[in-house]
Structure formats: C-alpha cells, structure tokens
Ligand binder design. Structure first.
Ligand SMILES: [Zn+2]
Length: 407
C-alpha cells in the first residue's frame, strides 16, 4: 500500500488533468478519467486479479478464465498502478510480481456503476418488455412478411425483438404448408419437442385428448404450466380459419396484469407470487403408446433473480384439484386468482387470424385463448403449432445484434 500511495502522489502532482488510477480505499482501485468530469470507475482488486487478461490467466480464443483456485489466493494486493495514456491501458503490478494490463474500454464496459449494469442487462441480456393493456394493442401490433423472416436477418431480428418487447407478432403470407411452423422454429434455431410432438395440430378432433382440440371456447391460458422447462414461444400457423363467427384469438399481456395487481392489490399479488399450484397433464397425444404424466409446482406469477416478471402460469384446465398448501392459504389464493383472471379478461383483445397468418407469442408472458367456433363440411379450422425455448431465441437475437462479440 505504501508504494501505491507514493505512486498516487506522483500521479496527482505530475499530471493533475490526466487520467489517474489509485487504490486508496482498501481492496479497491479507483480510476478518475480525464475528460470524464467527476465520474470515478471503481473496481475490487480481487475482481481485477480474477479477471486478469494475461495468457497465464485467460485463454483468449475460448474467452475463458483459467482457474486460479489451485494457484493460490486471489486476494493479493496491488503493489503498483500505472495508467498508460498512449495505449489507454491500466497497468497493474501485484505484490507477488504478477503483471496485468486492462484496456480502458474493456474496464468501462465492466463498470460496477448502476448505469453500466442497466445498459448491459437491457442491451445484451434481455430487451425489457413493454407492458400493454387493451387500449395499447393497435400500437403494439407488429406484422412481418413470412418470406422476409426466412430470408432477411434484419427482419428476423426485428421479429425476435418484437417477441421479446411486445410479446407477440404476426407473420403474413405464409404458404399453405404444414411445415411453416417447423421452418420458423428452425430459422430461429431448434424446435422444442414436447409430449405433443415437435409440431402439433390444433383442430377439432374426435375423442380429443386435450381441451384445445375441442370447438368450445378456450379460456385465457398459457401453454404447459405443468413443465419446469415450459415452452418459450408458441408459433401458431393458421392453415384454415373457421368461417363461423368464432375461432378468434384472445390475448392478454400477463405481465401487465401482474403489474396492475401489484399496484392495486399488493396483498393479492403477494399471494399469487408465493402460493404454489400443482399444474398437471395426464394422458396421451394421438397414439396411446406414449402416455404422459406431467406435473410442475409453481405459483401463477414467477419473478426472476432481479425481481422482474419471469413467467405466468395459468391454465384452468391443467390445474390439479390437489391443492397441496395449508388450508388457510387456499382461501386467500382463490380470492387473488379471481382478481387476476378478472383483470386478464378485462384487458384481453380479440382478433381473428386468416389463412396464411402465423401468430407467434411469448408463452411465458401472454395469456391466449380462442372463442368458440363451428366446423362445417368443407371448412374445418386447422392450425399447426410449434414451440421454441427462450434460451434459443435470446441466443439467436444476440448473435444477430452482436455478430462480432468477443466476450
Ligand atoms: Zn495474469
């Protein structure tokens, strides 16, 4: 520390208007950059050592930190600090004589300040969702040409951003082909296989194994709340739309409903965020040779590690009658659930896709449903669907946004 202080003094005296690096507070290095006003970048010394970029500590071609743990403690202190103005690098000599250099641009991107953290989370991690209610729907609706999505990366990116931000989008002019949903999934990356296969057909089926395969109205729901790894987006291609009055799509932004509940009924919000529900699905799809018994226990409203909305679970037809919570929690839950569903219903929009439309939405966020319809001879409503996981979508989006990302 003595040598550091000596160095600081020299830097401060010698170049008062230039960038200055110092380690005054124990355990930290501070950098006050010239032309950056009073802004101070501050890094834990242990973090600098942990992220040393020298070839002994970092394997550049795989962007991988080499393990330090077997090579002794990380908490070795800085012995000398120097800012190299020509190369714009921070040069560190450690008390064990190890040497590290860091590009200032690299350091700035990794600033621990709030603005830099927010920028990273919103630009690189996930675009923040724009919550919307019924009256906002026309402004939120995004349409893209199916063929453009397949052929143009720029359009693919816009489509995926719409799914992340607005939560849904509609592709137009898809061909009369049962492989459209699969092609879109594969254009993003990989289709998600489920107990309903890799693509699934939504049409009125005799002896239906799933409520969605009936002509009755389908209440607002999310698909597969009974999966821990719930499908991220639902790609629904309309091959034949019902000519009857019904068969329209209904849609509500579940995150917006959760936010409204949090604002106006915080106690109910807390109940739906904390009381687990048993979501289940027992049966088989088509042939009886692959029966399933899916079960996942989770609340209606799930938050992520940053306290943001992560996932809504709602499917009245897939909610187990076994409600394995203490008796007094059950009563409160029903009251809160009723408020949530009333809000969802009051904010739901209705629109009817046409043959050639592909309706795609975030299945972790949107509640969707369908009004009742009637098939007629020569007019049997027919949709083909596929799922893709958000891991795959966000990854694809980042490769489109940052094609030259190195770390
Ligand atoms: Zn090193």
């Amino acid at each position: 520390m003595l040598s550091c202080r000596y160095l600081i003094g020299r830097l401060l005296l010698g170049r008062p208007a230039s960038t200055v690096a110092r380690s005054l507070a124990p355990g930290y290095v501070e950098i006050r950059e010239a032309n950056h006003g009073s802004e101070v970048l501050k890094y834990p010394q242990i973090w600098l050592r942990d992220n040393c970029q020298c070839p002994d500590c970092f394997h550049a071609s795989t962007r991988a930190r080499k393990s330090h743990w077997e090579r002794g403690p990380l908490n070795i202190e800085v012995s000398k600090l120097n800012y190299n103005p020509e190369q714009q690098k921070l040069e560190v000599t450690w008390q064990d004589d190890h040497q590290s250099t860091y590009d200032m641009a690299w350091l700035r991107e990794r600033d621990f300040g709030e603005a830099a953290r927010k920028r990273y989370l919103e630009e690189v991690y996930k675009p923040p969702p724009q919550l919307w209610g019924k009256s906002d729907f026309p402004a939120m609706r995004r349409e893209f040409d199916y063929q453009d999505v397949l052929e143009k990366d720029k359009v693919l990116r816009s489509w995926l951003e719409a799914l992340a931000v607005q939560g849904f989008a509609i592709l137009k002019e898809a061909p009369d082909d049962v492989n459209v949903a699969r092609k879109l999934a594969e254009r993003i990356g990989y289709i998600k296989r489920t107990t309903y296969g890799d693509v699934f057909e939504v049409k009125s089926k005799p002896n239906a194994g799933n409520y969605a395969y009936l002509m009755t109205p389908l209440p607002l729901h999310t698909d597969m709340p009974y999966y821990e790894y719930k499908a991220g987006i639902n790609i629904l291609h309309t091959l034949v739309q019902s000519e009857s009055l019904g068969g329209a799509n209904t849609l509500t932004d579940g995150f917006n409903v959760a936010a409204a509940l949090q604002r106006h009924h915080p106690q109910d919000f807390e109940v739906l965020r904390s009381v687990p529900v048993n979501w289940f699905d027992i049966g088989h799809d088509g042939d009886a040779d692959k029966p399933f018994h899916s079960l996942w226990r989770a609340p209606v409203i799930c938050l992520d590690v940053d306290g943001q909305f992560a996932r809504i679970n709602q499917n009245t037809t897939k909610r187990d009658s076994r409600f394995t919570v203490p008796l007094d929690r059950a009563m409160a839950w029903y009251e809160a659930y009723n408020k949530f569903l009333s809000l969802a219903q009051s904010e739901a929009v209705e629109f009817k896709t046409q043959a050639g439309d592909v309706f795609v939405f975030n299945n972790l966020r949107m509640l969707h449903g369908r009004t009742a319809y009637e098939d007629a001879p020569g007019n049997k409503r027919h949709l083909v669907g596929a799922y893709v996981d958000w891991d795959i979508i966000y990854s694809r989006l980042r490769t489109l946004k940052f094609p030259h990302a190195r770390d």
